[in-house]
Design a protein around this ligand. Structure first.
Ligand SMILES: [Zn+2]
Length: 515
């Protein structure tokens, strides 16, 4: 997994501080040496590792004999909302617009920074244990972000050892502006509430960004970084959208934007936004290579041409898209245009396991249903490229990750190959995509530090964390239940809106079958 896809049967990889400084092939008994001829590694050490003072190197060195293991780059979760980490399994599958009605009241970080900390750490632990070393987190806050809630999330990532790039996913327009048809259908009292201003205006949100960037961008030895997010084009004012773009440009930050996740959003574009939300963003001059375009399911050919010309990365979340019945992203049509794709789990209530191996497997399978020409089906190697290289591109880090290669940051994982997913070993890449589910991960390194080994995320008392997560959930349950009842009042109008959009015919189909 270097620039040319080299696979070495055995190698010595040297990490100094946070960077890989040497990758030397080692002769294997009866094996192939793909590169060079270095000495065999010291076999005294085991995967348990040991520290040794090596005067000739002038430093304390830990040697790990990883014989029988695969060393590969860590996985990148290219789209995530930590704010829902505690909600796994909370809802049956529902379309996005109905789902959001019931999800919002249950949001757990309302004025409770400790709950946000616990919830964020819970997700980070789950990811690190399965070999995810980086996450792009589009964190949302109900009703609005506060410095203490932002600090809680960032501190959790700092303590976890994970690499995280975090944005504030927050609308600044009334609910009514984000959806079609409701203006005509809602009764007067609900209409008035739907027209109420957003909880925080652009100035307040930009103040929160200032806090995020000044306090946390580059913190924890560069592991933590800021991104910007408009949530979605229909959820923000044009002025705020431009202000976020300026912020993104000045610090070269990734810019998260959900675009055309659902058919209803396609219809919304036709009704209110230049015929298509992609064309709307392009018309504002805001499509750029800094953009992380999330979902891109209901894009048409022209939309995809615009995305390709912009250099934006598309974040593909196939399990979320299936969980919410959103549709199937046109993977091959995007790839044909050279659009970089990363993979994401989306939030833990739309892909409840936060497991990027499962995301990769579905990404590797679901597009086989998009047409009869099997030459266009995804290959395992392409999916791994999305998972690692696509994710690295989306992160826009100053130092590269995503390869076991000199000069790359040591965000690496060790997988035990003496496990059922790899027995017998027929094809490494296919078995990574179609067999592995995270259970073979034995060690996780982020920026050269061991952050997970022997079943433990270093510095985290997981048992205590799980206990506290249960306590937080219990104290929130009563309040959430009463608010969920409130959501039921809106349901008939949202259902009508959804069905009206679902029944609209246009020359595009991203759903499968008829029943
Ligand atoms: Zn999302």
């Amino acid at each position: 997994m270097d620039a040319v896809g080299t696979e070495l049967p055995m190698a010595t990889v040297t990490i100094k501080d946070d960077v890989i400084v040497a990758v030397e092939a080692v002769d294997t008994p009866g094996g192939v040496t793909a590169r060079g001829g270095a000495s065999p590694p010291d076999r005294d050490a085991t995967l348990d590792g040991r520290d040794a003072t090596r005067p000739e190197l002038g430093a304390t060195v830990r040697e790990i004999d990883a014989t029988g293991h695969l060393l590969m780059p860590g996985l990148v979760n290219g789209h995530f909302h930590s704010s829902a980490n505690h909600l796994k399994g909370s809802l049956d599958s529902l379309p996005l617009e109905i789902f959001m009605l019931f999800e919002t009241p249950a949001d757990g970080v309302r004025d409770d920074p400790r709950a946000a900390y616990v919830s964020t750490l819970l997700g980070a632990v789950e990811m690190l244990k399965s070999g995810v070393t980086s996450v792009l987190d589009d964190a949302f806050f109900v009703p609005a972000p506060t410095p203490s809630a932002i600090d809680a999330i960032m501190q959790a990532y700092a303590d976890s050892g994970m690499r995280a790039t975090v944005a504030l996913d927050q609308p600044n327009v009334p609910e009514i502006a984000k959806l079609p048809f409701l203006e005509q259908s809602l009764p007067p009292d609900l209409l008035e509430r739907a027209r109420a201003p957003a909880a925080m205006d652009a100035a307040g949100l930009l103040e929160c960004y200032r806090h995020l960037i000044e306090r946390w961008h580059g913190a924890a030895d560069g592991r933590l970084r800021a991104a910007v997010s408009c949530s979605a084009p229909q959820r923000v004012t044009v002025d705020y959208f431009h202000a976020l773009d300026a912020l993104s440009r000045s610090d070269n930050l990734p810019f998260f934007v959900h675009i055309l996740e659902t058919k209803l959003q396609r219809v919304l574009g036709e009704e209110k936004f230049a015929g298509s939300l992609v064309r709307y963003v392009d018309g504002l001059g805001l499509l750029s290579e800094r953009m992380n375009v999330i979902h891109a399911v209901w894009v048409d050919e022209h939309d995809m041409d615009l995305l390709a010309a912009s250099g934006a990365v598309v974040a593909h979340n196939p399990i979320s898209n299936l969980r919410l019945g959103s549709g199937v992203m046109p993977f091959r049509a995007l790839k044909d245009r050279g659009i970089p794709i990363c993979l994401g789990s989306d939030e833990a209530i739309t892909d409840d396991s936060i497991n990027m191996w499962n995301v990769a497997k579905l990404a590797g399978l679901v597009h086989n249903l998009n047409g009869g020409d099997y030459a266009r089906w995804p290959k395992a190697a392409e999916i791994l490229q999305c998972l690692i290289e696509g994710g690295a591109r989306a992160l826009r880090l100053p130092k590269p990750i995503g390869q076991v290669a000199v000069g790359h940051q040591a965000d690496l994982i060790l997988l035990d190959l003496d496990t059922l997913p790899f027995t017998p070993l027929n094809d490494l890449k296919r078995q990574l995509v179609y067999c592995e589910q995270g259970g073979s991960v034995r060690m996780t390194f982020v920026a050269g530090r061991v952050v997970y080994e022997n079943g433990t995320v270093i510095g985290v008392d997981e048992k205590a964390l799980r206990a506290e997560a249960r306590e937080v959930a219990a104290r929130r349950a009563a309040a959430d239940a009463s608010e969920a009842n409130g959501a039921a009042r809106w349901l008939p109008y949202y259902r009508d809106m959804y069905m009206q959009a679902a029944n609209r015919q246009f020359g595009m189909q991203r759903w499968l079958g008829n029943s």
